[in-house]
Structure formats: C-alpha cells, structure tokens
Design a protein around this ligand. Structure first.
Ligand code: IPE
Ligand code: IPE
Ligand code: MG
Length: 255
C-alpha cells in the first residue's frame, strides 16, 4: 500500500472531469482471505479498512459522493455465521468510526430495506444518519439489504397506492416521479461503477441508476483495493467518451 503518495489528488487527473458519484461493488473479501489461509471473516474485516480509506480518498480528491454495496438482498443466503458476523461488524464499525467520520465532515446515509436488520444495528444507523446529516465534505451512502429489484418493486407499490387514492394520475407517472420513490431519491446517478475481484456482473445493484454509468472492472480483491487502483479506475474514466445517445460532443477528458 503506497497511500502516502496519494494523499492529494494525482496531478494527471483533470479536476474538472472527476466523477461526481462513484458506486462500488466491494467483492472478493472471501477469496482474499482464502488466498492467505484465513477464514472468510478476516477478509470482511480487512475490506472494511479498505472502505474507510476510500471514503477519505473521495474527500481528499474531491469526489462528492460514494455509494458502497455492503450487503445485498441475496446475501442472506450465506451461512448464518457469516451473515451474523457481517451484521455485528457493521454495527461495531458505526459505533467506533462515527465520531471520526463526523469530524471529517462525512455525511452518512443508507439505501436498502433496513426493516429486517437487528434493532441494535438500526439504532446505530439512525444515530449515524442523524448525527452527520449536515456534513458536507463527502456523502457516503451504504447499500445494506439492498436489491435493485426490491427497490423498484417497493416504488411501484407505493406509486400504485397513490394512484388508487387518487393522489396521482396514471399519466403523471414518469421517470422523474419514479426516481422520487427510489431509495436514492435526491442523489444524482453514479458516473462511475467499480467492481473488484474480476466478476463481470451487477448482482442486483442500482439497475435503474446505472443506465448511463461508466463501468470499470478490476481483478484486485476488495481488501487490496487501494488508492493506486482507484487512481487507475479514474484514469480510465477520464478517457471515456460519454455520449448519452447523441453524437460525439467533446474530446474525452484526458484525450
Ligand atoms: C464481498 O466479498 C463482501 C460481501 C458480499 C458482503 P465476498 O464475501 O462476496 O467475497 P468472495 O466473492 O466470496 O470472494
Ligand atoms: C455483491 O457481491 C454484493 C456485495 C458486494 C455486497 P456478491 O459476492 O454477493 O455477488 P455474487 O453472488 O457473486 O453475484
Ligand atoms: Mg462475492
């Protein structure tokens, strides 16, 4: 890890062309641990350290929003001990790291269905969200018990209820309205999605929000994802030509 060299934003990155929102699928904790002969949970512990530094890095480099996939609606299918470990880890991290993150100006928010989570974890979540609501240095959004299909389903259900009550005309259901019913309401769509560990899939992550996002996949396992790898992802991002369906508008950032 050579994060010392990366305290400030690397000079080859164009500050006017940074993603305003980066979404990450933090994958490969288990394989990282296995490779070192450790139990899978050791990978999750190390992965949490990686995430903490990435939040700080986004702040240091001027990337305003980071959304991290911490637990999917499908991850309940894992062995009970692993699920329990993850839930306890989230709770402990919130308790231990809240004061420091707050001091650093991090605004913490969550997306996903939080209702099935243990009440002690929900309490820490509420505390963290409330305590940091006015912070502005960086927005750190955590996806817990998140699934894109569940998100879209609950949005449809809520909109249907409003239509049935006569509060919304069916003809008024448009893209802007649907966005208001997503967990991500009010947050701009990600500009860059990064998935670690070599898997080339979305695993039910932000299906609506990623419609025009640039994707970057790296073979690096999440616990080894450091500022150098993030730098590489941003270099690739700055070379992309984002057209949004139109013809080429401008040179890619680093082009
Ligand atoms: C990602 O790492 C962390 C979570 C899904 C919580 P994994 O636990 O999926 O690690 P691999 O994919 O088994 O290596
Ligand atoms: C996606 O990783 C979910 C998180 C990173 C929290 P998984 O490891 O659960 O995804 P699959 O099962 O390989 O698709
Ligand atoms: Mg995985």
């Amino acid at each position: 890890m050579n994060n010392f060299d990366y305290v400030t934003r690397p000079t080859d990155l164009d500050p006017d062309c940074l993603p305003q929102h980066v979404a990450v699928i933090m994958d490969g904790n288990g394989r990282w641990a296995k490779r070192q002969g450790f139990p899978r949970i050791a990978g999750h512990r190390q992965g949490a350290r990686t995430l903490k530094d990435l939040v700080r890095c986004c702040k240091d480099w001027g990337i305003p929003t980071l959304t991290a996939y911490a637990f999917s609606t499908e991850n309940w299918r894992r062995p009970l001990e692993e699920v329990d470990f993850l839930l306890v880890l989230f709770e402990r991290l919130l308790r231990q790291e809240l004061a420091e993150m707050d001091r650093e100006g991090v605004r913490i928010s969550f997306i996903g269905d939080l209702s099935p989570l243990p009440s002690s974890l929900r309490k820490e979540i509420d505390r963290a969200v409330l305590a940091t609501a006015n912070n502005r240095a960086v927005h750190f959004n955590v996806a817990v018990n998140y699934g894109s299909r569940a998100e879209l389903t609950q949005a449809c259900r809520q909109i249907a209820e409003q239509v049935q009550l006569g509060n919304i005309e069916p003809g008024a259901v448009d893209e802007q309205l649907i966005e208001q019913y997503l967990y991500t309401a009010g947050t701009p769509d990600p500009d860059l999605l990064i998935r670690s560990s070599g898997e080339l899939r979305l695993s039910n992550y932000l299906l609506w929000q990623l419609a025009y996002t640039e994707f970057y996949f790296t073979d690096v396992f999440w616990p080894d994802f450091d500022r150098a790898v993030f730098h590489e992802a941003l270099q690739h991002y700055q070379m992309r030509d984002r057209r949004f369906g139109t013809v080429k508008l401008k040179q890619p950032c680093a082009g």
